[in-house]
Ligand binder design. Structure first.
Ligand code: FAD
Length: 476
């Protein structure tokens, strides 16, 4: 991934706004730029756009939306900002965090009303760190469903998308202005395309094991559950142009991926009363802090696997989720009439698991304090029959990235924005701060769609400054 000198390069075609990456961030940026009157070209390395977005659960937090108001839920950007900052202990950029929280609600309403992405609020349980119900999703509650709507919207808006187009290099001048890109095609041919403004929407570095080991050594050997094509290109380009990577040790993990089936198991099971026990039958953490930080705790248990333990009430809740139903079909979910029988199914010491269950019941009725700090009193104690799933911890996506301002412009080390380079989603610094426990549930897509929209709007303004009119753009 290189930067080449722009001097002397004549591009056969120059587009007003060029977007690298066709995930949630790139498609949202393209829609925003198009709405603002700019012609846009999206470049995507895969033959069929997927990204981590299509692999995700597709849940996006947003505050004060009409979807919340319809359900009588009171929320505000200030409360969303406070929740995010509480989770990351005040370590994310305060200005960018507040801007994202403020624009998230209007962005989901814009996607729904103008671009036909039908959001609804997920009810029934609160995600870790959320003060109120504010997770939004499309009806099937999957990232693939969300991607389907975004791709349909891009097509309806007449946005040009070039797939099987792996951007290999940027052409830039000494001041960090990007004049165009070089793209490799599957047959080995390369093409160059000029641009007035560039949006880096090609996510983080989860797909580059060397970068993961360098920045996040604790997850160096973990299963990477995100999109393999996200290999740190935005970070490398941005840094080479004079930008700076921030919070590179941050990430979204998950402590509940069915093993060996490789299917995400909703954390709602834990939030609503389930617990995790290791292969010795013992709990090892407060499960309700967050699914992300739980990944490392799970991986540190014997064998790097643990058992999600829950009951029929929670099984019914799980069935609302497509992933859970897939886990069911794959045979990942076992049940038994007694906790001892469940323990036998997972080769866990029966007496130890029975004792652990009894302890959680005692905590639920206030007869015992959880040494890990969890409050079990708000949910009914687990009751027979019992259910279990063997799970492991995984890396979902990296949260560090390029430092940006509130207009999604990539900042140089001296704090001045690069002339025409924007970043959002996994390509930019996330909302987690530097620590592993800073990830706010849904923070990945929140940053992808909101910063994507902001980046698209800014890119559209920049191309206007460049004097490149939409009619100059003819893409063959
Ligand atoms: C299993 C799982 C569940 C998740 N669930 C949630 C959730 O419920 N809520 C939430 O907020 N977050 C969730 N996340 C995180 C979320 O998926 C990401 O934060 C989000 O999708 C990032 O969007 P993006 O557009 O930045 O990146 P992506 O969707 O990954 O898109 C980036 C695109 O860039 C392309 N690309 C990369 N390099 C190049 C290049 N050089 N040239 C051309 N194209 C390139 C890639 O192929 C890819 O299509 C989950 C992640 C996983 C793995």
């Amino acid at each position: 991934m290189t930067i080449k000198p722009a001097r002397g390069i004549r591009f056969p075609v120059t587009v007003p706004v060029l977007v690298i990456g066709a995930g949630a961030c790139g498609l949202t940026a393209a829609l925003a730029a198009r709405d603002a009157g700019a012609e846009v070209l999206v470049l995507e390395r895969d033959r069929v756009p997927c990204g981590s977005t299509a692999l995700s659960s597709g849940f996006i937090p947003a505050a004060a939306t009409r979807f919340q108001r319809d359900k009588g839920i009171e929320d505000s950007p200030a409360l969303l900002t406070a929740d995010i900052m509480a989770k990351n202990k005040g370590r994310s950029s305060p200005t960018v965090t507040a801007r994202v929280a403020e624009r998230a609600g209007p962005t989901l309403e814009w996607l729904a009303d103008r671009h036909g992405v039908p959001f609804e609020v997920i009810e029934g349980f609160l995600y870790p760190g959320h003060s109120v119900l504010r997770m939004h999703a499309t009806p099937k509650r999957t990232g693939a469903d969300l991607m389907g709507y975004l791709l349909a919207a891009a097509e309806a808006a007449g946005i040009a998308t070039m797939t099987s187009a792996h951007v290999m290099a940027l052409f830039a001048d000494e001041g960090g202005r990007v004049a165009g890109i070089e793209v490799a095609r599957p047959d080995g041919a390369t093409e160059i395309i000029g641009c007035a403004a560039l949006v880096l929407a090609c996510n983080g570095y989860g797909g580059d094991p060397a970068l993961v080991r360098r920045y996040i050594p604790e997850m160096g050997d973990a299963l990477y559950f995100g999109h393999a094509g996200n290999q740190g290109d935005a970070l490398r380009w941005g840094e080479a142009l004079g930008g700076m990577g921030r919070d590179l040790s941050a990430y979204q993990g998950h402590g509940s991926v069915a093993h060996p089936h490789g299917i995400l198991i909703t954390w709602a099971l834990m939030m609503e009363g389930g617990f995790q026990a290791n292969l010795e039958g013992r709990r090892f953490s407060n499960e309700t802090r967050g699914y992300s930080e739980q990944a490392v705790d799970v991986l540190r248990q014997p064998g790097g696997v643990v058992i999600d333990v829950f009951d029929a009430r929670l099984h019914t809740l799980g069935l609302e989720f497509e992933d859970y139903r897939a886990a069911m079909a794959a045979g990942a979910i076992c049940s038994a009439d007694t906790i001892e029988a469940l323990a036998v199914l997972f080769d866990v010491p029966s007496q130890a698991l029975a004792t652990t269950l009894a302890e959680t019941r005692d905590m639920a009725i206030g007869n015992r304090i959880d040494p890990f700090g969890r409050d079990f009193s708000k949910r009914p104690p687990l009751a027979a029959p019992f259910y279990g799933i063997r799970v492991t911890g995984a890396l979902f996506h990296t949260q560090g990235g390029l430092e940006i301002d509130t207009d999604a412009r990539v900042l140089r080390r001296d704090g001045i924005p690069l002339p025409n380079v924007l970043a959002g989603g996994g390509a930019s610094r996330g909302l987690s701060g530097p620590e592993r426990d800073g990830y706010f549930s849904g923070g990945g897509l929140l940053a992808a769609v909101t910063l994507g929209r902001i980046a698209g709007e800014t890119a559209s303004r920049l191309r206007a400054c460049e004097g490149i009119a939409s009619h100059d753009f003819v893409f063959p």
